[in-house]
Design a protein around this ligand. Structure first.
Ligand code: GFB
Length: 380
């Protein structure tokens, strides 16, 4: 059961920023970066945060996604295989150098908090401090990795849409001298660059998630068409939406507004739509589908599936939609990945422009040509 070694080298990174949607955006960009450098990408685990728990949970990549479709795009290897079969030989403990754009960690934290003109220098200023803070330490500990040195790659960067940048990476860090590039954070942008969105079609749910989604659809949903909606409305989100006035392209907003706000600025209704807005758009989407159903009765809307991090508005929606004879349902037990898989399968999806959780669904549906709508967008 031998694993063949890639002479073009490997790339490993910590998905250390944000939750699932953010990590998925970063994954697509990192995969594109690995492909540009022709290195095998070590599939990072997912990092999950539980309320009241100090340490994050580290979940293997394959718990949620299948590897085979990724291989159609580029070389990837599971983290465990890499650590068991490649790292001991190609990346021995004494040679583990970690990459970051510039020194980070204690120093930066002090600079940020300091009101002094010249920041206090605490800790090691010449280090990536790759294991400093949460989830950084927990991530590298989960694969028992310590670093002996840091490598600052700035001003070089990971925008590999520029061929010269790719060439420079290969010249400065050739695989014979640097078999493994280990990054403190994802070598990718957030939100995902426009040119990397298409890679999403290689991100296919694991059998476990797919089975759970299908089981819910067959056992809890009436036969016929359904509309899937994402209501992002937890306290963290309410707080984030307050920044809309000064952040007209907040988080995943470019998926609606364009990367340079070509299609306008974010609004409060896009971020946190009112109940009236939600009901109005839902009724309109149902009516449009039912009009189509006059020629194809399979398209008659029978249900609305609601995914939410907080308030699903089930009772409000049931009473607002009762005349339309649709069932309003949600999962019995919260499960973000099953929510995403079901939203992906809906006949029409209505999501949140600003949320990277919604952006995941939008990209998956785009790859199949399935329609998606957004709350409060376009502005009418
Ligand atoms: O996925 P995510 O990065 O999207 O983070 P945003 C939001 C998390 O909230 C998800 C939960 O990973 C889920 O754990 N969540 C959101 C949901 N919507 C749903 C849902 O419909 N169903 C279930 N079950 N869970 C950003 C964060 O979130 O929000 C940033 O990534 C920051 O780090 C910001 O915190 C305020 O882009 O929506």
């Amino acid at each position: 059961n031998s694993v063949s070694f890639d002479p073009s080298g490997y790339m490993v990174y910590c998905p250390c920023m944000g939750r699932f949607g953010n990590q998925a955006d970063h994954f697509l960009g990192s995969l594109a970066f690995a492909k540009a450098l022709n290195r095998t990408l070590v599939l990072p685990p997912w990092i999950e945060y539980r309320y009241g728990e100090r340490l994050p949970k580290i979940v293997p990549f394959s718990t949620y996604f299948t590897t085979a479709p990724l291989l159609e795009f580029h070389k990837v290897i599971p983290m465990k295989t890499f650590m068991d079969s490649i790292a001991p030989y190609e990346w021995p403990s004494k040679q583990r150098v970690v990459f970051c754009y510039m020194a980070r960690g204690k120093v930066l934290v002090v600079m940020y908090k300091s009101t002094l003109a010249s920041p206090l220098l605490l800790g090691d200023s010449k280090s990536c401090n790759a294991k400093e803070g949460n989830p950084f330490g927990a991530f590298w500990d989960s694969i028992q990795v310590d670093f002996v040195d840091s490598e600052f790659y700035g001003p070089l960067h990971h925008d590999v849409s520029n061929e010269d940048i790719v060439k420079t990476w290969k010249e400065i860090y050739p695989p014979d001298k640097w078999p493994v590039l280990a990054f403190t954070g994802a070598p990718a942008s957030f939100p995902v660059a426009d040119e990397n969105r298409h890679i999403h079609k290689h991100l296919v749910w694991s059998k476990d998630i797919e089975d759970k989604a299908k089981k819910f659809l067959s056992s809890r949903m009436p036969k016929g068409a359904f509309i899937g909606i994402h209501l992002r409305n937890g306290v963290d989100w309410v707080r984030a939406c307050k920044h809309i006035p000064e952040s007209p392209n907040l988080f995943a907003a470019p998926q609606c507004l364009g990367y340079r706000n070509e299609k306008g600025n974010a609004t409060a209704e896009m971020c946190l739509p009112s109940k009236e807005q939600i009901v109005k758009q839902l009724k309109k989407a149902i009516k449009n589908m039912n009009d189509l159903a006059k020629v194809d009765s399979h398209k008659t809307v029978r249900a609305v599936f609601v995914a939410s991090d907080n308030h699903h508005m089930i009772e409000e929606l049931r009473s607002a939609l009762h005349k339309l004879k649709v069932t309003v349902v949600k999962l019995n037990t919260p499960d973000p990945h099953v929510d995403l898989a079901i939203l992906g399968k809906s006949n029409v999806f209505i999501g949140n422009c600003i949320s990277s959780f919604s952006a995941f669904v939008k990209r998956e549906r785009d790859s199949r040509g399935a329609p998606s709508l957004f709350w409060g967008f376009p502005v009418t």
